[in-house]
Design a protein around this ligand. Structure first.
Ligand SMILES: Nc1ncnc2c1ncn2[C@@H]1O[C@H](COP(=O)(O)OP(=O)(O)OP(=O)(O)O)[C@@H](O)[C@H]1O
Ligand SMILES: [Mg+2]
Length: 459
């Protein structure tokens, strides 16, 4: 099966709480500056590439972002994503030590989710390299029903707090999406952003920038999200005719599906049918499996991709039977629903109770002491794809099989040599008194390059 480059961008929520219980006086901007203190010292900016090949970034708002290095396997992707959490948390630990030293009662918490307590939303974007084709737009449009319905498997779960309409729903992002496909990501919050910026050879490639996904905590949910989507993109790259399931009203469908925990609600297809999200997923999953079978790709898959391909079908079967229990150690929304439902029935609280919201945020809190997801992993309540050692390694080591390996080597060597340099996804630039030496890395698949070896000789 052809290789594919993928990356995940995560924006984190930043909150502060005091150890005394008094209201916090630290503004979000203050907290963000404190969080990035070491990064600014190291990279002289809040926008920097790390030796693991990934990008750390603080935009004008106060949502720090980590954009993973290019990965060509689900294992690398999950390890690099989790490494990002640990890098961010180590920055928070450092900031919190300082706050304690200064005698301030505030502590910074990083929340890896999509909606803060004031209702502001932030994203988790998936990036997939695909082949450039003239019918790109039409073929991406054909994937919209897949993206609308995949939440029943990959959603992170969410408490909706609208007055009179409160309750648990499947996706955090469903209420934030306005247009099905668009070329501007912040204005219209589309499902897929079609801005043409491939970070690679523009003649050959495009980068599909998926906006609609929830931020996942569960490694299996993350793995499934990327593996399922990759299977659909193989159909797209191979020019397979996609099932036509165009929805009459995609934005209504995404909300209706998110709100129906019984997974029975149907959405209207343009040909007049009404289908459930699971029926839509089954049509896509079976089409993908058939294509993989016919091309011999299934036999080719690495163990994690194979496991995810199987789990896609298995999850559809279980969910259709209403049998959520076997999935509660794997899928975020079910793990979270189980946790919250248990607490809710024990304490007799309604979904709008702020105690349940606090519990929901705690699931996404990266702190090793306050974080519920982290605690559940420690207790063996959530299945994993990678080990702690692999994640620790990914904090400083880039994926070995993509362009990220070259970037990581360069960043490490140049910063150790205390040289001035500039880096982005495609460029490595060593700044010298008489100008700059640059290498453009057009091939995202290639971890070796003689020009980079030469550049490193100059350090
Ligand atoms: N050729 C490529 N194909 C697919 N993904 C890529 C490619 N090159 C880089 N990526 C991934 O794309 C993501 C880019 O992240 P970045 O935050 O810089 O996104 P952006 O869309 O360019 O910018 P911004 O967030 O500033 O709008 C990273 O996760 C990276 O690994
Ligand atoms: Mg980004």
């Amino acid at each position: 099966m052809p290789k594919r480059v993928m990356g995940v961008e995560t924006e984190y929520g930043l909150t502060t709480a005091t150890v005394t219980g008094a209201p916090s006086t630290l503004t979000p901007e203050d907290a963000a500056q404190r969080l990035f203190r070491r990064v600014i010292e190291w990279g002289r900016s809040t926008n920097t590439f790390l030796e693991n090949g990934s990008r750390l970034y603080l935009d004008v708002g106060a949502h720090p972002e980590y954009a993973s290095a290019e990965c060509d396997s689900i294992d690398d992707l999950v390890a690099t994503d989790k490494a990002g959490d640990r890098i961010m948390q180590s920055m928070a630990d450092d900031a919190n030590e300082r706050l304690a030293e200064e005698g301030m009662p505030e502590r910074i918490h990083l929340i890896k989710n999509n909606v803060d307590s004031a209702g502001n939303s932030y994203g988790c974007h998936e990036n997939y390299l695909i082949r450039r084709r003239r019918d790109f737009r039409a073929r991406v449009d054909a994937l919209v029903p897949f993206f609308i319905s995949r939440q029943v498997i990959t959603g992170a779960g969410h408490i909706r707090r609208q007055p009179g309409m409160g309750g648990f729903e499947i996706s955090q992002r469903a209420d934030q999406m306005w247009d099905a496909v668009s070329s501007a990501s912040t204005r219209s919050r589309p499902i897929v952003n079609t801005r043409d910026e491939p970070h690679g050879d523009i003649e050959k490639y495009r980068r599909l920038h998926v906006i609609v996904g929830d931020t996942n905590m569960s490694e299996i949910s993350t793995g499934l999200k990327f593996a399922m989507t990759e299977m659909m993109l193989v159909l797209l790259d191979d020019g397979v005719i996609m099932p036509d399931l165009s929805l009459v009203d995609p934005m209504r469908a995404i909300r209706d599906i998110s709100r129906d925990l019984d997974l029975k609600v149907t959405v209207e297809v343009e040909d007049g049918r009404r289908l459930t999200a699971l029926q839509i997923q089954r049509i896509y999953a079976e089409a993908a499996h058939r294509h993989y079978e016919s091309r011999g790709y299934l036999a080719d898959l690495d163990p994690t991709r194979r496991q995810m391909a199987r789990l896609w079908l298995e999850a559809i079967d279980l969910l259709e039977q209403g049998d959520l229990d076997p999935l509660r150690d794997r899928l975020d929304w079910i793990a979270k629903l189980t946790l919250l439902e248990r607490y809710r029935t024990r304490s007799g609280l309604g979904w709008e109770d702020p105690r349940l919201s606090r519990l929901e945020f705690a699931y996404h809190d990266l702190s090793p002491t306050a974080g519920l997801y982290t605690g559940m992993v420690k207790q063996g309540l959530l299945a994993r794809i990678v080990t702690d050692d692999r994640v620790a390694d990914a904090m400083t080591t880039p994926p070995a099989t993509t362009r990220a390996a070259l970037r990581g080597r360069f960043v490490k060597a140049a910063s150790e040599a205390r040289r001035d340099y500039m880096v982005d996804w495609m460029n490595l630039r060593l700044l010298e008194a008489d100008g700059a030496r640059s290498v453009i890395l057009k091939d995202p698949f290639s971890p070796v390059d003689k020009r980079v070896d030469d550049l490193l000789e100059h350090l």
